[in-house]
Design a binder for this molecule. Structure first.
Ligand code: SF4
Ligand code: SF4
Length: 71
């Protein structure tokens, strides 16, 4: 399932370099994952803030999803 970045994002940029398909980019104010995400999961392990979550799970985190760039 695609992943999203929540507002726990500290804008460190670490996830950008590990995504093999460059699906992550800086957003405003937090980073964003676009619709090309196909769940390689490297970014999830890299994020020090645990801000990257599968879309069906984000509601359980209590954090707001960053929907910028998503259709
Ligand atoms: S889950 Fe995989 S494809 Fe999606 S943004 Fe993270 S590293 Fe990229
Ligand atoms: S690694 Fe986590 S905290 Fe850093 S920019 Fe990516 S989502 Fe945000």
């Amino acid at each position: 399932m695609p992943h999203m970045i929540t507002d726990a994002c500290a804008q460190c940029g670490l996830c950008v370099d590990v995504c093999p398909i460059s699906a992550i980019s800086p957003g405003d104010p937090i980073y964003v994952i676009d619709d090309t995400c196909c769940d390689f999961m490297e970014c999830v392990a890299e994020c020090p803030e645990e801000a990257i979550v599968p879309i069906p799970d984000w509601e359980e985190t209590g954090a707001a999803p960053n929907t910028e760039g998503r259709s």
